[in-house]
Design a protein around this ligand. Sequence first.
Ligand SMILES: [Ca+2]
Length: 327
Amino acid sequence: MTYSLKSKLYIETLFIHVLLQSFLYNLYMYNLFIIIFIILPTGVLASVSDITTDISRSVEKIISRHSYLTKTLNSTNENRTCSLDTKKERSSKCNSKTHQFPNRGILIEVPGDKGCPNGMVRINNYCIDKYEAALVEVNQDGSWTDISPYHHPKKNIKIRAVSAKGAVPQGYINQIKAKQACHNSGKRLCTNKEWLRACQGSKKNMYPYGKKRVNKKCNGSRKIHPAVELFPKAKNPYSKIQNACINQLNDGLALTGEYSECVSDDGVFDMMGNLHEWTSDSSGIFRGGYYVDTKRNGPGCYYRTTAHDTSHWDYSTGFRCCANAAD
Ligand SMILES: [Ca+2]
């Protein structure tokens, strides 16, 4: 019996051992199965997913950057289009009370000649603006704010003259404001003598471009007076010459430097035509004629208007600045 009992215990122990081994083996295989077919693929997929996500984000960044650049480029082009191609807009949708800002973002002065402030050409011992002046408002921190070139400058703002190519020059200004604008740019208005010398060039020509008049080299022969065109039914259209829409008509006021041959041998543009230009003369003289007429008050550079005092302004009155050369 003793032997049988021992044998029975042995067999039972062996049986339990086999079961346990089998269980452990199955558990091992089960874990192996889980690892091979579930955990590993999930990990791989997760890694692939992470990589895919990273790639997607990179692509999104690239697309976003491209979109930003495209928008910026389009925005720049829109601004430039508004700034440089405004003539159609000028005549078709003009409201005289609306302030337009065609010079936004384009008023860039090139470095001046030796001894001269920016935007200026040197002639002997003085400097003169290369272009008819545009205006900006100077903020307290020294930065600039655009103002409309089609309106007389508002009271109580600090204005500054800018000499830049491709700008709508400032009309609607009297000598008092023009003088302030030059002063705030570290410049001054030109004397009659300085202005005349700059217009005639080193050869003392009658016209900026030479000795004989050549039609259409300068902007000075518009066929219809713009006030008459804008107010055809008015009893006296000439009483409306401060209207902001006048200089926004087609074929009227040109951009600075637009008439590329209207230039002196010193490189000064638009001395004849486009806008009249105030000088420093205390009696109130502006010179050069404007886009309707460059003959009535004298030929070419000798055109001078003395009919108004220094507080007068209308659509045709502009200016440019001079300065003493630094050495
Ligand atoms: Ca002019």
